[in-house]
Write a new protein. Sequence first.
Length: 196
Amino acid sequence: MKQMMKVFLTSLVVVVMVLVPACKTRKTPAPMPVVENTAPEIPPPPPPPVTTTVEEPKDFVAPEPTEEIVPSDIDELNKWAQSKGYVRDAFFTYDEATLDDAAQTALTASATWLKGKDGAGYNLLIEGHCDERGTEQYNLALGDRRANTAKDYLVTLGVDAGRIRTVSYGEERPFEEGHDDSSWSQNRRAHLVLVR
């Protein structure tokens, strides 16, 4: 232990001898640069961004008018409404006066247009037509049933019954003059005609 104490004291003396001369040397600090109080230089603002306006290319096709012009002549109006599909005929099977799905779809489209702003000002005449088979009296009665079936369906869809009249032409006014199934199928119909 004595020897350890000697080593400790000797080490302590050596450390003190090294540190004492080091504390006596003085370092002089470097002089501080003098800063003048001037405003910092502000770089000029960047130039405004260049805006380019790109014009949309014009279509080669003229845009269609948003509102359709409804013809004022009643015959032209009927042709126009039929060609646009606004007023559609209901077709029937042989010797029937009931509406199938296609006839209901056609009458639904017609009712929609008749209740809209373009069709609301018109009344409707429903013509009942038949093919040439059967007697004249039978076909007149069948045409009447077909016209009234179409009228009743339109009324259930919300078209005012006071706007609708019916008439039966039976086989008297065929749409197709032929004497075969394709002609007869075109003649079995409830034909919708706009009237004032």
